[in-house]
Design a protein around this ligand. Structure first.
Ligand code: 13P
Ligand code: SF4
Length: 352
C-alpha cells in the first residue's frame, strides 16, 4: 500500500530540518516506507561498519532491531546517541541466549575440562551482554557474511567453538563451508541440565551449537524447496544461512542479505529465482528486477514481525522528537559491557 502522503511529507521535513545531525540506517528487512528515508541500507555487517563511519552525526536513527542499535551504540562515539524508533523491535533469536544461561554454559564447559580450549563465536544477532561474554573469553562476533572467516580465525585460537545463538548459521557454516561433519557438532540446550549433553559428548565435539534459531527463516523446509522446483522449472533457489540445514543443503546458493542482493543484480534477464529470506526484502527485489522472475520460497507470508514494528509513524515520531530537541528511545550499553563487547566486535571488523 502507498504511504500516507501527510506522513511522508512530515518525515521529509523533519529529516531536512535535522540535516547532517541525523544519520538514518535501514536494515534490508525494513518496510519500503522506512527504507525510503534511510541514508544507507545494508545487512547487519554493513550497518555496523556504516554506523561507525559518521562520527559527525549527533543522532543515529537505527531502523532495524534492538541488538543492531546496541552494536551501533558500542561502535559510535560517546557523544553520539542511537535511537530505535520502536523499543519493541527486538529479535526472538537474540532473546534465546541470556547472560545467565551463557554463564552457566561456560561453567558446564569448565567442568568438562574444555573451557580453556573453546573459543566463543557469537552471531551479531545477540544482546550486548552476550557480545561482552564473547569478548571476555577471547572470542569474536560474526555475521552471516563473515561466519566462515570468523570460524577459521577461532580454530586458529583454540580447538573448539561455542557458537551462539543461531544453531543453523553455525552448523551450515561448519558443515558446508569448513568441511566438518554433522557428528562434529553438538546442540547445547540451555533449558536442560548440562545443556542436555554428557561431558564426553562435549569433549568429542568440535562445534558446540547453542539451541537458538530465527523464527522467520525457520519456517522454510525441504517441502518449500521441492515445491518451488516443481512449480518453476529451472528456478535457482537462493537462501539465507539462518535457514535449516536441510533447506540450505537443498538450495543452489546461500548467503547473507547483502549477498542475495548482489546475486540478483548479477543475474541474467529472464532467469528465475526463489528466495528464502524475509518477505520485505524479497518483494523489493521482485520490484527491482522486473526482467527476472523473483518469488518467495514459501507460499506462507513470512515477515519478521519485530523488524516490521518500525513503520513510518514511528519514524516520523522519532525524527520530529529530535527536531523538537527531545531524544526518544535512546539505546545505551553500560561502559563495562561496552568495553568487552567492543573487543569482540573489533575482532570481527579486523577479520581478513
Ligand atoms: P544479515 O543482515 O546478516 O543478512 O542477517 C539477517 C537477519 O536476520 C538480521 O536480523
Ligand atoms: Fe531476529 Fe530473525 Fe527477525 Fe532477524 S529475521 S531480527 S534473526 S527474528
Amino acid at each position: 500500500a502507498a504511504s500516507d502522503p501527510d506522513l511522508v511529507a512530515r518525515a521529509r521535513a523533519a529529516k531536512e530540518a535535522l540535516g547532517d545531525r541525523v544519520f538514518i540506517l535501514g536494515h534490508h528487512y525494513q518496510r519500503d516506507e522506512v527504507i525510503e528515508f534511510a541514508d544507507v541500507t545494508g545487512d547487519s555487517f554493513k550497518l555496523a561498519r556504516d554506523a561507525a563511519a559518521r562520527p559527525e552525526a549527533e543522532y543515529i536513527v537505527f531502523c532495524g532491531v534492538h541488538f543492531m542499535a546496541e552494536s551501533a551504540d558500542i561502535l559510535t562515539t560517546d557523544a553520539q546517541q542511537v535511537v530505535l524508533p520502536d523499543l519493541a523491535a527486538g529479535c526472538s533469536m537474540a532473546d534465546m541466549a541470556t547472560a545467565e544461561q551463557v554463564a552457566e554454559c561456560w561453567d558446564v564447559l569448565t567442568d568438562a575440562g574444555i573451557a580453556d580450549v573453546t573459543v566463543p563465536v557469537s552471531y551479531m544477532n545477540s544482546s550486548a551482554d552476550i557480545k561482552a561474554f564473547t569478548g571476555r573469553h577471547g572470542g569474536t562476533i560474526c555475521t552471516s557474511s563473515n561466519a566462515k572467516r570468523a570460524l577459521e580465525w577461532a580454530f586458529e585460537q583454540g580447538q573448539k567453538v561455542l557458537f551462539l545463538p543461531d544453531q543453523h548459521l553455525g552448523r551450515n557454516t561448519a558443515v558446508l563451508e569448513m568441511g566438518f561433519s554433522l557428528d562434529d557438532c553438538v546442540l547445547y540446550n540451555p533449558h536442560k541440565p548440562n545443556g542436555g549433553l554428557t561431558a564426553e559428548q562435549l569433549r568429542n565435539a568440535k562445534m558446540i551449537l547453542w539451541r537458538g534459531h530465527c523464527s522467520v527463516h525457520g519456517r522454510f523446509n525441504l517441502d518449500s524447496v521441492n515445491e518451488v522446483r516443481e512449480r518453476i522449472p529451472g528456478v535457482t533457489v537462493l537462501v539465507h544461512p539462518e535457514c535449516k540445514h536441510e533447506v540450505v543443503t537443498a538450495a543452489d546458493m546461500v548467503g547473507s542479505t547483502e549477498y542475495i542482493i548482489k546475486a540478483l543484480d548479477a543475474a541474467e534477464p529472464g532467469s528465475k529465482w526463489a528466495i528464502g529470506t524475509e518477505l520485505n526484502l524479497v518483494r523489493r527485489l521482485a520490484k527491482a528486477h522486473p526482467d527476472k522472475e523473483v518469488v518467495f520460497l514459501d507460499r506462507t507470508v513470512c515477515f519478521c514481525s519485530t523488524m516490521n514494528r518500525i513503520d513510518l509513524p514511528h519514524l516520523v515520531w522519532a525524527l520530529e522528537s529530535l527536531v523538537e530537541g527531545r531524544v526518544p528511545n535512546v539505546i545505551t550499553v553500560d561502559p563495562e559491557t561496552e568495553k568487552y563487547a567492543k573487543a569482540a566486535l573489533d575482532r570481527m571488523l579486523a577479520l581478513p
